[in-house]
Write a protein that binds this ligand. Structure first.
Ligand code: ACO
Length: 428
């Protein structure tokens, strides 16, 4: 739907077109603003800037709604699987049985890395963060298949499947490498998430036990992370894609953006925070006082979100899952008790209420991953595996948009105005 708005700038009335989304959100198209007025918009952090039109994911942060291609996240979490949801995100519809079978077959066909890539893993020091390995190896993987770099469009389904499948293999190999363990190859008879756990935790000649409740919990974590509209990493993927870089290069950039502690790195930061609170014998109150008084600019990690100002629907599902998994595994975790205490205090505290800060997806996900046996430095890697279908869907949208242009923001320059070069001896 389209319309118009009038904008008065310096006494001049501009008639600007608007685009109205299918859920009613209105975007003012300011493409002609600079030509007409000489002004640009300034919106650091992009809180009010729509960078694209997208048909993939809808979020209403005021009411806590998240939908992939129109389906509520809670319904998908209950009834779908990560791989079915990945198909939905990338291709727009839930797959039929034959489509799902074909997609799964493509994933299995593409799960092995080129054997030479093992030498690349050996080049990393034992201290390398798995996110650094993941990003580098995703980019490197494209080198083994020139038609990924040449972007043969008819091969897109193959490239997409290859990336989804191989990100999991790379992630598991990076864990094995970091812990000095032998590489475990994927098995064709295992489904996506079970296969990942097998590559992580089996040993040569001794397969790990794949408990259904653990496989299901991790599959759910992947599904809940699968897309989240124009967040920092997805915007990065789209930005890189806009230059017509290949899918693997764009996804590799997404991994780097995700790594930061204000984004995907928050799941690791939450656990580090909980461990610190626990080691100091604090029940959370002392820590929260420091946060509120901005001591050392501390933040309650896993709280707050740019878009959700009510609750993060993923956090609600993850919290329930957390209790369930720990119960099923007959485990208790003092960090879960601290997390619950922090949440309880924060939800009744004016500092957090007035700023509309609620638990986000990362607040409880780390506790489940810890219970499953995933090491802390792999948490953000789990997020990246989960987010891959969303990045691929967004990449596809950019490539298929006939109006897509290279992303190139402007700036307001605030540096020195013109000055002349001073010879070295004349400078004070
Ligand atoms: N703890 C304490 N105070 C916070 C927190 C927090 N987690 N988050 C925001 N605030 C405060 C800020 O200090 C600021 O207070 P002020 O008005 O007194 O200066 C106010 O709330 C607004 O904060 P901004 O940083 O402007 O909010 P923004 O929308 O830019 O940031 C973000 C969102 C990055 C998620 C932020 O809430 C944060 O740092 N949270 C902790 C990290 C985290 O959990 N990240 C994961 C996000 S979800 C995801 O990426 C999967």
């Amino acid at each position: 739907m389209t319309g118009n708005v009038e904008l008065i700038i310096d006494g001049r009335t501009l008639n600007l077109p608007t685009t109205v989304g299918s859920e009613g959100e209105v975007g003012i198209d300011i493409a002609t603003l600079r030509n007409q007025t000489g002004c640009i918009t300034l919106d650091p952090g992009y809180g009010n800037t729509g960078s694209c039109e997208s048909a993939i994911t809808f979020i209403d942060g005021e009411t806590g709604i998240l939908r992939y291609r129109g389906y509520d996240i809670s319904e998908l979490a209950e009834k779908s699987t990560f791989i079915e949801t990945a198909y939905l995100l990338i291709y727009g519809e839930l797959p039929t049985r034959p489509q799902l079978a074909e997609f799964s077959e493509l994933l299995s066909e593409n799960q092995m890395l080129h054997e030479d890539m093992r030498h690349l893993f050996n080049g990393f020091p034992p201290t390398a963060h798995p996110m650094a390995i993941l990003s580098a190896m995703i980019n490197a993987a494209s080198s083994y298949h020139p038609n990924i770099i040449n972007k043969r469009e008819e091969r897109f389904p193959w490239h997409a499947a290859r990336l989804i499948s191989q990100v999991r293999t790379i992630a598991a190999y990076s864990y094995r490498k970091a812990h000095g363990l032998p590489t475990i190859y994927p098995k064709t008879n295992l489904k996506y998430t079970a296969n990942f756990l097998h590559m992580m935790f089996s040993h040569p000649g001794e397969d790990c036990e794949l408990k259904p409740e653990i496989v299901k919990a991790l599959d759910l974590i992947f599904l809940l992370h699968a897309d989240h509209e124009q967040n920092c990493s997805t915007s990065t993927v789209r930005m890189v894609a806009s230059s017509r870089a290949n899918l693997f290069a764009s996804a590799s950039a997404g991994v780097c953006a995700l790594w930061g502690p204000l984004h995907g790195g928050a799941n690791q930061a939450v656990l580090e925070m909980l461990e610190e609170i626990h080691s100091e014998g604090d029940d959370g109150s002392k820590f929260l006082n420091e946060v509120k008084n901005k001591v050392g600019n501390r933040r309650l990690m896993g709280f707050g979100h740019r878009v959700y100002k009510n609750f993060d629907p993923r956090a609600v599902i993850i919290k329930q899952q957390c209790d369930k998994v720990l119960g099923q595994l007959h485990k208790s975790d003092p960090l879960l008790d601290i997390a619950k205490k922090l949440e309880e205090i924060a939800l009744h505290d004016d500092y957090f209420i007035s700023r509309k800060l609620y638990p986000n997806v990362d607040f409880y996900s780390g506790i489940i991953m810890r219970a499953i046996g995933i090491p802390m430095d792999m948490f953000t890697v789990m997020f990246a595996i989960g987010r891959m279908p969303g990045w691929i869907a967004n990449y596809k949208e950019v490539m298929e948009d006939p109006d897509s242009r290279i992303a190139r923001p402007r700036q307001i320059y605030t540096g020195a105005t013109r000055r002349t070069y001073q010879p070295l001896d004349a400078r004070v």
